[in-house]
Design a protein around this ligand. Structure first.
Ligand SMILES: [Zn+2]
Length: 301
């Protein structure tokens, strides 16, 4: 079950739009997108694709900054525009002032804008690098940033923008780090110290907090993550695309948000109770990798 948050409503509406209003172009070569914000060291990503947003996957990348120039990342035309000032209470989408561009086989989206450039709706084509607006804090946003997404209307999937950028203007040299563990009990989420003996009286789901860092103290989600219990794969997730299927967003292997996350902890699954050895492997998009093994002593009653 997915809760009806504003973001969820937005992405459901987006999928609906696709089915009803778009004639789908034949797939062409993989798209290459330019960086959607003026190139400046201060405008680097603050959030990665696939991170937990507590009850849904983060479906794009965030680039912080107020008043940064937002630029056309790939030739295309304006598909639609939502004005925050005409959507009181952040209804319908929570994205504030939003632009969505159509590039033929893909769409790109820009949310939480402060302003939109004049006359872009009248132009039959917008060229790469053209300024279409400035970043801001409109809609449901905790601070000025651009939320940038890329959508494939043919597959009905949100794509990881960082896999499609011609210019990867983000730096990531540090591997993900494994942090604390927790278990979801019927009445609470409790922390666990995996280095010590602990008790699990039933197959409660166990989780680990994993965080990727860029070059310093950034707090990002990982790109690829897998867990083996006693040498057998228990769960695997790759945050490359998130598909809209049935009425929920899920990864290529069918896993939904609730299968992978509790808050921003990653699932080790409820099979941990029966396991002695846990191996956690996680990678960021640059290939920096974490591999960490744990030997558990669990009292099963
Ligand atoms: Zn975002």
């Amino acid at each position: 079950m997915q809760r009806l948050t504003l973001k969820n409503i937005f992405f459901r509406a987006l999928a609906y739009l696709v089915i009803t209003a778009v004639s789908i172009a034949a797939a062409d070569n993989p798209p290459a997108f330019d960086w959607p914000v003026e190139k400046d060291k201060k405008y680097q990503i603050s959030s990665t694709f696939g991170e937990s947003r507590l009850d849904h996957f983060h479906n794009g990348v965030d680039i912080p900054g107020a008043g940064a120039k937002v630029l056309v990342p790939k030739t295309g035309r304006l598909l639609y525009r939502i004005n925050a000032e005409f959507t009181p209470g952040e209804i319908p989408f929570g994205g504030g002032t939003t632009l969505v561009m159509d590039h033929g086989t893909h769409w790109s989206g820009f949310m939480h804008l402060q302003s939109v450039a004049e006359n872009i709706a009248k132009q039959p084509q917008l060229a790469v690098g053209e300024r279409i607006g400035t970043s801001g804090n409109s809609g449901h946003s905790g601070g000025p940033h651009l939320h940038f997404f890329i959508f494939d209307p043919h597959e009905r999937a949100m794509l990881n923008p960082l896999t499609l950028m011609s210019d990867l203007y983000y730096r990531d040299t540090k591997p993900p780090e494994a942090k604390d563990w927790g278990v979801l009990l019927p009445d609470k989420f409790a922390s666990i110290n995996p280095a010590k003996s602990f008790r699990l009286s039933a197959d409660y789901p166990v989780y680990i907090f994993i965080q990727d860092h860029g070059t310093g103290r950034e707090r990002w989600g990982v790109f690829d993550y897998r867990v083996s219990l006693d040498g057998k794969e228990a769960i695997a997730a790759r945050f490359e695309k998130v598909f809209f299927k049935g009425d929920a967003w899920q990864l290529a292997n069918g896993l939904a948000f609730e299968d992978i996350f509790f808050r921003n902890y990653y699932a080790l699954t409820s099979k941990v109770r029966r396991a002695k050895k846990v191996l956690i492997e996680a990678k960021d998009l640059k290939g920096n990798s974490l591999s960490k093994a744990y030997e558990l002593q669990i009292q099963q009653n």
